[in-house]
Design a protein around this ligand. Structure first.
Ligand SMILES: [Mg+2]
Length: 224
């Protein structure tokens, strides 16, 4: 099996992967924040679903890309709602993106060091990974919520690189968030790849002008 994409993988010593939108179907998070959480908040607060959505979207817009945005605790405190119970109830929506499982199996066969770097709160990740066996493929993983600094921030990369003992110049990194792809590249991970199709139902497809981009991890194992 060999194509351009396979080569960029085999040339690297460290494979760094975002989770949601790269390994797992982003649709879980989209439904979680845009439907299930507003429904629970509406019910809890005795307000209309429309009002709950409006309020949550407004807060979300203000905090986009910052630590509280990713932290379950922030939302639980603000809306006095048990988000873990919502995630548990809907965990069957957590699933691999088509081809991602096979791509991870291929990566594992290369005997590289594989690390997952996520902004997903580890409490939420725990529920997703109880449903989908993704963590079996990682030598280790870091949640930005645990270390208190998000991937958009240069300090995240400093901490992650020291903690995992990796060399940026020998690493390849995949993320579906272009701001994060650029953040990693700025820190020195030149092989930062934008993943442009984060859902199985194609409800989101990013236009990208990133130097390195793929649609899905499945592209890495395509034989052409
Ligand atoms: Mg992502």
């Amino acid at each position: 099996m060999s194509n351009f994409h396979t080569n960029i993988l085999t040339e690297s010593s460290y494979i760094l992967l975002d989770i949601d939108g790269v390994i797992l179907d982003q649709n879980f998070d989209n439904l979680f924040w845009m439907e299930w959480v507003p429904e629970a908040v509406a019910l809890n607060k005795g307000i209309s679903l429309n009002d709950a959505k409006k309020d949550i979207y407004k807060t979300s817009k203000e905090l986009y890309g910052t630590l509280p945005w990713y932290e379950l605790k922030f939302w639980e405190d603000k809306y006095e709602t048990n988000l873990i119970a919502i995630a548990e109830k809907n965990k069957s929506y957590a699933m691999f993106i088509d081809g991602a499982h096979e791509a991870l199996q291929f990566m594992a066969s290369l005997e590289k060091r594989i690390f997952f770097l996520t902004n997903c709160d580890s409490r939420l990740l725990k529920i997703k990974s109880s449903q989908v066996p993704l963590l079996d493929y990682a030598d280790s993983w870091i949640s930005s919520v645990d270390i208190g600094v998000v991937k958009e921030d240069q300090n995240f990369w400093k901490i992650a690189i020291e903690k995992l003992n990796i060399q940026p110049s020998k690493s390849i990194f995949f993320d579906d968030n272009i701001n994060i792809v650029n953040s990693a590249a700025r820190y020195g991970i030149k092989k930062s790849v934008h993943v442009t199709e984060p859902t199985n139902n194609n409800s989101v497809i990013y236009e990208s002008n990133a130097k390195m981009q793929i649609r899905k991890l499945a592209d890495l194992i395509r034989a052409d």
